[in-house]
Design a binder for this molecule. Structure first.
Ligand SMILES: C[S@@+](CC[C@H](N)C(=O)[O-])C[C@H]1O[C@@H](n2cnc3c(N)ncnc32)[C@H](O)[C@@H]1O
Length: 312
């Protein structure tokens, strides 16, 4: 979209009123009509333009449709709306619309909880982030003797170490290993060790790990098939493999991050881990930020019963 078209779109007072209300919460045409006191065709026309530009989207709700601001767009569209919103937030007419909406809802006795029933998974709710969910669920996780391949400078150590019997961070980069060692010395002296080695050739004994992780590192590894074979070799019976990597893509932006591979197909990961059981792969929705990389999550297990053992 050209900037001139975008500015024309946002320069309309009714569309700005609609956007300010939708920023507050998702609404149907009927609800917007009641607050704005405008005809249905006028509101529908404005909604169609905002939807066409990609600023809002809608979902069916009974016989109506509920409109909401999109959160998955970025770049010019997001910046333009956020700037416009910040500039106009204190204008009395937008505050008056919000107040009117609240009054109408209070009269009807409808609460936020009632309104989002059935669409909560798409809604913003304060504190309900993927990050908070991940931190919370991790408390139930147990990594046993964990080997993190391509651990980098240990940014994930704080999450994993408290839930692991031992944590061995493996990385071939001397700079990452040095940075990681100084980080873990401060945080978890003794419980976390660093090993400078490539994932394709691990100086570790067979069956010495209860969990092996590749957290966005497989796309850096020259020979990912060899690295997954090594991971399978060091997994103890009952041990689990977790790979977070990228879905195959054609984005040249990955090169700036030093990726050797433009993502992977789930079938490749399954083939390279064929000595393990219960392979399972699934993809997350594209990231909000351009170019919208997608994460591929792959897990597999070594057959047998897990047993508590010492350090790898
Ligand atoms: C994006 S970093 C991921 C760091 C960490 N897992 C995290 O999530 O914060 C990718 C890491 O893969 C490492 N790497 C590169 N080649 C590797 C190889 N052959 N075996 C294992 N790791 C490798 C890099 O040195 C880098 O530290």
């Amino acid at each position: 979209m050209l900037i001139s078209d975008l500015l024309r779109l946002l320069a309309d007072e009714t569309r700005l009123r609609v956007l300010h209300l939708l920023e507050h919460e998702p609404l149907t045409v009927a609800e917007l009509q009641e607050v704005l006191e405008l005809g249905q065709s006028s509101i529908s026309g404005h909604l169609a333009k905002l939807k066409g530009a990609g600023l809002i989207h809608d979902l069916p709700e009974g016989s109506a449709r509920r409109y909401r601001l999109r959160e998955d767009h970025d770049g010019m569209l997001r910046t333009a709306w956020q700037s416009m919103r910040d500039l106009s937030l204190d204008e009395p007419r937008f505050a008056a619309d919000r107040k009117r909406l609240e009054d109408i809802q209070a009269t009807r006795g409808s609460s936020w909880v009632d309104r989002v029933a059935g669409s909560l998974h798409r809604e913003y709710a304060p504190g309900r982030t993927w990050e908070s969910l991940c931190h919370g669920l991790l408390h139930f996780a147990s990594f046993g003797r964990c080997v993190d391949i391509g651990a980098g400078d240990g940014a994930m150590v704080e999450l994993i170490a408290p839930r692991a019997t031992t944590l061995l961070c493996v990385d071939p980069s001397p700079a990452m290993v040095a940075a990681g060692r100084s980080r873990v010395q401060a945080l978890h002296p003794g419980a976390v060790e660093y090993l400078q080695a490539p994932g394709e050739k691990l100086p570790l004994a067979d069956h010495c790990a209860d969990s092996v992780l590749f957290l966005q590192s497989l796309q850096y590894i020259a020979d990912p098939a060899a690295a997954l074979a090594e991971a399978a070799r060091i997994l103890a019976p009952g041990g689990r493999l977790l790979v977070l990597t990228l879905v195959s893509h054609g984005f040249p932006e990955a090169d700036a991050f030093g990726h050797r591979h433009h993502g992977f197909a789930a079938a490749d990961l399954k083939r390279w881990s064929r000595t393990l059981d219960q392979p399972h792969a699934y993809t997350l929705p594209p990231e909000g930020r351009s170019p919208r990389f997608q994460t591929l999550i792959f897990t597999a297990t070594r057959a047998g019963r897990a047993a508590a053992r010492g350090r790898p």
